[in-house]
Design a binder for this molecule. Sequence first.
Ligand SMILES: CC(C)(COP(=O)(O)OP(=O)(O)OC[C@H]1O[C@@H](n2cnc3c(N)ncnc32)[C@H](O)[C@@H]1OP(=O)(O)O)[C@@H](O)C(=O)NCCC(=O)NCCS
Length: 329
Amino acid sequence: MKHELGAKIVGTGRAVPENTLTNEDLEKMVDTSDEWIRERTGMKVRHIAEPGVDTSDLATRAAENAMAAAGVTATEIDVIILATITADVQFPSTACYVQQKIGAVNAAAFDIAAACSGFIYGLQLANSMFLSGKYKNILVIGAEVLSRITDYTDRNTCVLFGDGAGAVLLQPTDGQSGIIDTYIKSDGRLSHLLIMPGGGTRNPATYETIDQRMNYIKMEGREVFKSAVTAMGDAATHILKENGLTGKDIQLLITHQANNRIIEATARRVKISKDKVYSNVEHYGNTSAASIPIALDEAIRDGRLKRGDKCMLVAFGGGFTWGSAIVQM
Ligand SMILES: CC(C)(COP(=O)(O)OP(=O)(O)OC[C@H]1O[C@@H](n2cnc3c(N)ncnc32)[C@H](O)[C@@H]1OP(=O)(O)O)[C@@H](O)C(=O)NCCC(=O)NCCS
């Protein structure tokens, strides 16, 4: 049993656009129905960034809320790690825009790309960085404006995605609370199943790639679903076993919010009862890297997570990437 504590979460925050897109709105856009979407995914509403609002704007608001909750000022931030697949621009990093917007003049800032697992990857990275003893405050942010890469003529994908951001502020552990463990894994052989093919070096933006709608998310839904259920179940099982814990030791399970059926399957795999499973997929849809930190912020602010509770985080995303974390609050 490890149970050594790593960095602790001292503040959380989220930011979600006010503008919404309901199942009824989608019925007017593509051949779908409220009933189909609710039954297959559990979703009812997603939030959509207004024109002119960038990923860094949502990330900035989430980060500011996390800093306010922790009572930490921007100049005290040492590192900003931002997980996203919808960067403001190809480069510089969106984290650098956040750094500028919050005024974190003493920070190093960079993005990481692990799709919907990005927040767990960021958490693992930040936790490891604390071991160097060089850092006191690290922001880990998951932020997405997926509506800008969603094809609203493709019913297979357009019903699924929404926009938002969540952030956590980490400090060295006090020995009472902290990250118990993290686990990350990838399988690049399956990268083609969930991809935005255009806009990079393979298919740079040209009239042709735009005409072929390559600048939008493409997904083999059924295959992604099967892999997500297996990988998230494995990630949850693995981290519990590594730490000598079982589902009974976990007070709250927060998985990536991609689909209620995937969330329920993960909980069943590690025998965590329904009352200990967090789901907000109904209100936000799939917000990729932002989904776990948004849920975590809600759970903390609503009192669903209390000091001493063990919370398990589990994610899966394009790449494929997946991972898990157990955090003692
Ligand atoms: C996308 C998803 C909800 C589809 O659910 P599903 O039960 O697998 O449904 P299928 O893909 O088997 O499609 C069933 C039928 O519904 C149709 N369909 C797909 N989207 C639809 C929509 N929005 N409205 C109505 N019908 C739809 C399909 O065309 C298919 O029709 P067919 O049988 O005539 O070919 C599900 O596969 C899923 O959640 N996948 C994972 C998505 C995900 O999590 N992605 C991100 C990972 S981080």
